[in-house]
Design a protein around this ligand. Structure first.
Ligand code: AMP
Length: 278
């Protein structure tokens, strides 16, 4: 495993690999790696000759500077995890170099507008900017993204189509703790009590699924049950959305596939989770 910082070096490594007819799988991350990330790496490892992981805490996708500054950073232990997972190259670009050239703005697909797009203005502009830039440098054959960030996956899929990029997007299911909490780098900021409280998010999603299985087809009823569960757990709700999983548009009755997405604060930390009703 090799760590690479300069953009030019990363570009050259990838160009050489392509000339040698090697396939490249790429997993972009913001570091503070956990089993969720590692399972993406393992999946990617199987799909290509070379596995490249990037670690870059992208300031342009954060809404508040406090959230950005508090985001966990632990490059040394991340590098060790990458080594253990047999990642070939870890790209840890320098913030100054990444933003040294003003990039043309990448138009946002319409799936970027609702949900997180409304709650976190500018978030997807930042995501698309950096993912597009990383794709330009690495030119991967495939890139893997986790369904924990469901809307992000839809945005990237549509961005790839709009920009006619030659990369195949693969998705990976949400990896959870044994108790059901969706793994997230932000969980590190929670106390023991906070981790327990956060389990109500998963419980609310399970209740949504159960209600749906019992025949409930009105999103408003399912939403109410979710809100009840989150309030019972004492969480501060940011949003509960029940939308078409493809277009992310609001629906009047549930027609499959339907995305249930929750954003809630625990101990001031914003957590997100989702499920697709089946
Ligand atoms: P992040 O470092 O949070 O930007 O995440 C990097 C990638 O890992 C994204 O594609 C995430 O969706 C994915 N990811 C993060 N947590 C999980 C999880 N618990 N399960 C599956 N994928 C995840």
């Amino acid at each position: 495993m090799k760590q690479i910082i300069p953009i030019l070096e990363m570009r050259e490594v990838c160009q050489k690999a392509r000339q040698e007819n090697k396939t490249i799988a790429f997993v972009p991350t913001m570091g503070a790696l956990h089993e969720g990330h590692l399972s993406l790496f393992r999946e990617a490892r199987k799909k290509a000759d070379l596995l490249i992981v990037s670690i870059f805490v992208n300031p342009t996708q954060f809404n508040g500077s406090e959230d950005y500054l508090k985001y966990p950073r632990q490059v040394e232990s991340d590098l060790k995890k990458c080594r253990d997972e047999k990642v070939d190259f870890v790209f840890t670009p320098d913030k100054k170099e990444i933003f040294s050239k003003k990039e043309k703005e990448i138009p946002l697909p319409t799936v970027a507008l609702p949900l997180e797009g409304q709650l976190r203005p500018g978030h997807f502009v930042g995501v698309v900017l950096i993912v597009h830039k990383l794709f330009q440098i690495i030119q991967p054959h495939i890139a893997l993204f986790g369904l924990k960030d469901f809307q992000q996956v839809r945005v990237i899929e549509e961005m790839v189509k709009l920009q006619k990029l030659n990369v195949k997007i693969w998705t990976h299911p949400i990896v959870r703790s044994p108790e059901g909490l969706a793994l997230s780098s932000r969980n590190q900021r929670l106390s023991h009590a906070g981790l327990k409280q956060a389990l109500h998010i998963h419980k609310a999603l399970q209740e949504a699924q159960t209600l749906f299985e019992k025949g409930e087809s009105f999103p408003s009823k399912i939403k109410n049950r979710i809100i009840q569960e989150l309030e019972h757990g004492g969480l501060k709700i940011d949003s509960v959305d029940i939308v078409d999983a493809q277009t992310l548009e609001k629906i009047k009755t549930i027609q499959l596939p339907t995305l249930v997405a929750i954003a809630a604060f625990v101990e001031g930390v914003r957590l997100i989770d989702n499920c697709v009703l089946k």
